[in-house]
Design a protein around this ligand. Structure first.
Ligand code: GLP
Length: 527
């Protein structure tokens, strides 16, 4: 199931309308399955606008509605017949004869349902089914206690549905007790499904959709069996807690996120065996689950991930199936990704670049790491930017075997190495005086420059120059809205940023991460 979480109801409606319009562009004679209720009203009004603007064309489309109350007169203001004409059909160019709604006036409901099911089949089935969801998880009028392998049929409404839908009537007593509805099988045989959910009242059922397993008391959970479902919901409806785990060489960080709200952050020391790490993660997760209803776990790890197997140089992972190891121990759905990718995702969701869809995160540390976010999602096409060659004729050999990688110039390791070499050549320099027998830290190098040391200044200037060269390449390749820098050295703030920006195009947006090492676990939670 693809999940799109929108800022609010209006965004959700616009997104869903866009998908329907796209479906009609791809297949103008699409068979659409349509829903009623308050949820799709915004989408219908957006479709009306798109149709008037000529960007959605229903002239060849065919529609089948999910359900209708029974018995009900078609001209009753509460009938779904009236609803559909008021909210959609009057606003778009669909042909009246191409619209189909179960007839609530029939005196032979069984025959009506049979004929409706046959007609759907005659049209080749539903191409795109739009669904809302009842508070009790019903779709169409397939209530929690109904038979799930059903085709179009008459059903008795659940008391909870009568209560929920009474808001459209004068009182609960006026809500019809029965309804005609397409069945779960009719719905599940649709080619594509868009399920919409809005508001906090839907958060419980939405969490059943995003969580593990299939809860048979929630009819919509059966949609997990379908291979092409898009859940479009707003933030209010999307409330399940997610846990992010960021495995580092020194610490393992945990973050619990609900919606986009950070609920908990925690850190423990990293053990030096694979089993030790998995044991610790599993027991922390079970501890955290005592306080939070965790639906999914995301894990960030350094290293390479191939076919679910993780190999990391600085951790005891060699072809380790991290995802399944943690899933087996916790019985939760687990997603593993590279830690820099997770941190980049964390930056775009929780950091200073929340307003951006496309960013590149560069982490400056022992090496140079990177994560690319395009359209607010991790992209796995590329991303080893620390290994782009920045000096073709360089004699600097990188750990990867190449010469002249960006990492050999712009990592903190490279900065320290350069500074130590220069200090050894200039033993009278402030830089050497500040060193511990020639050994330096990044902080000491900046301190020496602050004290007026020319040697330190030259080392820093060169470092920043190469940093700028790499960033200029990234801008040329991706033109991201922003580049975010992270890593201990970015604690130097403006001392790093100001001279760097001077070497970059005027409109380049480069920022220092406000999340720093917290970004990884937060981003992992959003995987
Ligand atoms: C009715 C319809 C359903 C719809 C549900 C949710 O019961 N039969 O198809 O999904 O209401 O309604 P709302 O969107 O108003 O919450």
């Amino acid at each position: 199931m693809r999940i799109i979480v929108c800022e609010n109801y209006a965004d959700m409606s616009a997104k869903a309308a866009e998908l329907v319009a796209a479906q009609l562009t791809l297949k103008p004679d699409s068979v659409l399955g349509l829903a009623t209720g308050s949820t799709p009203i915004g989408m219908y009004s957006k479709l009306g606008e798109l149709c008037s603007a000529g960007t959605a064309d229903f002239s060849e489309a065919v529609s089948f509605n999910l359900d209708e109350y029974y018995p009900i007169r078609r001209d009753d203001p509460h009938s779904y017949f009236t609803y559909m004409h008021e909210n959609l059909f009057s606003k778009i160019n669909i042909k009246e004869e191409n619209t189909h709604i179960l007839n609530g006036e029939t005196d032979d409901p069984e025959r009506e349902c049979e004929a409706f099911e046959k007609l759907i089949k005659l049209h080749g089935g539903i191409d795109l089914q739009i669904l809302g969801i009842g508070r009790n998880g019903h779709i169409g009028f397939n209530e929690p206690d109904a038979v799930m392998n059903s085709y179009t049929h008459m059903t008795r409404l659940a008391p909870s549905t009568i209560k929920a839908n009474s808001r459209f009537f004068r009182s609960a007593d006026d809500v019809p007790r029965m309804a005609l509805t397409v069945g779960m099988s009719t719905i599940l045989t649709s080619k594509k499904i868009i399920l919409m959910a809005s508001g906090a009242a839907k958060s419980r059922v939405v969490s059943e959709l995003i969580g593990d397993g299939i809860n048979l008391t929630v009819p919509a959970a059966l949609l997990k069996l379908h291979s092409d479902v898009v859940l479009i919901c707003d933030k209010e409806a999307y409330r399940g807690a997610r846990l992010g785990v960021d495995i580092g060489g020194t610490n393992i960080k945990f973050a619990v996120v609900e919606g986009e709200e950070i609920k908990l952050r925690k850190s423990i020391a990293t053990k030096d065996t694979c089993n030790g790490i998995i044991d610790d993660i599993a027991s922390e997760i079970s501890e955290i689950r005592k306080s939070y209803d965790i639906k999914a776990v995301g894990v960030g790890t350094p290293g390479l991930i191939h076919d679910g197997l993780v190999t990391a140089i600085n951790l005891p992972f060699r072809d380790t199936p991290l995802e399944s190891l943690i899933a087996e121990r916790t019985d939760l759905s687990v997603t593993v990704d590279n830690d820099a990718n997770c941190a980049a995702l964390g930056e775009v969701v929780f950091g200073g670049t929340k307003d951006c869809g496309n960013i590149v995160l560069i982490t400056l540390g022992t090496g140079v790491g990177s994560g690319i976010i395009l359209n607010r999602s991790i992209t796995h096409n590329g991303g080893e930017m620390g290994h782009m060659i920045i000096e073709a004729e360089s004699s600097r050999k990188c750990g990867c075997g190449q010469y002249g990688c960006w990492e050999t110039y712009s990592s903190v390791t490279a900065l320290v190495k350069d500074a130590e070499e220069q200090a050894a050549k200039n033993k009278s320099s402030i830089l050497y005086t500040l060193s511990d027998n020639g050994r330096l830290t990044g902080k000491q190098i900046f301190e020496a420059a602050d004290k007026g040391c020319g040697t330190a200044r030259a080392v820093i200037d060169r470092y920043i120059h190469y940093l700028a060269v790499g960033i200029r390449n990234i801008i040329n390749i991706f033109s991201p809205e922003a580049i975010v820098l992270a890593g201990g050295i970015t604690g130097q703030g403006d001392k790093l940023l100001k001279p760097l920006i001077r070497e970059l195009p005027e409109d380049a947006r480069v920022e220092i991460s406000i999340l720093q090492e917290e970004a990884g676990a937060l981003g992992a939670a959003m995987l």
